[in-house]
Design a protein around this ligand. Structure first.
Ligand SMILES: [Fe+2]
Ligand SMILES: [Fe+2]
Length: 153
């Protein structure tokens, strides 16, 4: 069964791999930075938007899980701010490295919390049918983003 949780965990792997590439390019190819930041931003925007609009609200329905949802949303804002700083320009190599390092640290912590606490909790709240249905909706939303990006070129 393809579940929404599988898609989200795969995104986490992809994002961390992307961050390793960003760290590796630091100082070697500054010209590729804007494109790489925009690719990462597109992937994360869709991922975080889906979590905030569709999944975290489910946590809010449960008294013992609502704090998890609020904390995860606050981490998303921290991630947004770091992505915006990266997108504003690479600046000096040290600045770039510091920003990529800070974003990597925040992302690792956020993904670890989601995978250890949030996703297992959501799994217990949803039926197999809901998990499959959300997977289809997420794939459709992602396809729109890819088409939109290629039309914009
Ligand atoms: Fe996530
Ligand atoms: Fe998240």
């Amino acid at each position: 069964m393809i579940s929404i949780l599988t898609h989200l965990c795969q995104d986490h792997v992809d994002v961390l791999a992307h961050l390793v590439r960003l760290a590796g390019d630091s100082g070697t190819d500054p010209g590729s930075r804007p494109r790489q930041v925009s690719d990462l931003t597109r992937l994360l925007d869709e991922h975080m938007h889906f979590e905030e609009k569709t999944l975290y609200p489910l946590l809010m329905l449960h008294v013992d899980a609502s704090a998890m949802g609020a904390r995860a949303s606050a981490q998303h804002r921290e991630i947004d701010a770091l992505l915006a700083s990266l997108g504003r320009g690479s600046g000096a190599d040290e600045t770039w490295s510091a920003l990529v390092g800070a974003l990597t640290e925040v992302m690792r912590r956020h993904f670890a919390e989601e995978e250890a606490m949030i996703l297992p909790r959501l799994r217990r709240m949803m039926t197999d049918g809901m998990l499959r249905e959300l997977a289809s909706r997420y794939q459709a939303a992602r396809a729109d983003v890819v088409v939109g990006a290629s039309l914009a070129r």
